[in-house]
Design a protein around this ligand. Structure first.
Ligand SMILES: [Zn+2]
Length: 163
């Protein structure tokens, strides 16, 4: 079984070439003045693609970054459970006002903050108050909103995702 997209792509290219060669053979024969009937046996049969296990090389390796937005929220506990079950790391893009929204959210935020598999990043303070058109009309206000989240939540990096 092929493990890489590039490997599958090569196979598809090979099949595509086989189909093109078959079509070219049909055209060449039909243009020929000799009125020889073409039977299926004369057409090159497409070869089955060999299923060769190819070792994964360094250039085949890909990285997936898992990110989760809008926390802390109702899904935070599940996020933490799943991350630990699968032993993968993730970035939680935090909404500042959620951190200070309720006691429960503050507790959820502390869990995220203490978690060694989770990195926290800025997802604004207000989440545009869910009014995106007016939020993005004023870039200075957008910056102020992100800075407010940065200063109140105290992120350890400058990663940000717009709401
Ligand atoms: Zn969001």
């Amino acid at each position: 079984m092929k493990k890489t997209f590039a490997g599958k792509s090569k196979n598809m290219t090979f099949l595509g070439l086989a189909v093109l060669m078959s079509a070219a053979a049909v055209l060449l024969h039909s243009c020929n003045k000799k009125t020889e009937k073409i039977t299926e046996q004369k057409l090159p049969k497409p070869k089955p693609t060999a299923k060769v296990e190819e070792p994964i090389t360094a250039s085949d390796k890909r990285t997936i970054y898992l990110t989760f937005d809008d926390g802390p929220n109702k899904g935070t506990d599940n996020l933490i459970k799943i991350i630990h079950k699968h032993k993968v790391s993730a970035t939680a893009f935090i909404v500042g006002k959620h951190v200070f929204g309720s006691k429960k959210q503050a507790e959820e935020f502390e869990k995220l903050k203490q978690d060694t598999l989770i990195e926290l990043a800025n997802h604004s303070f207000t989440h545009a108050n869910n009014n995106y058109s007016s939020f993005y009309e004023n870039s200075e206000k957008v910056l102020l909103d992100f800075n407010k989240a940065r200063d109140s939540v105290k992120f350890k990096n400058n990663y940000a995702r717009t709401p």
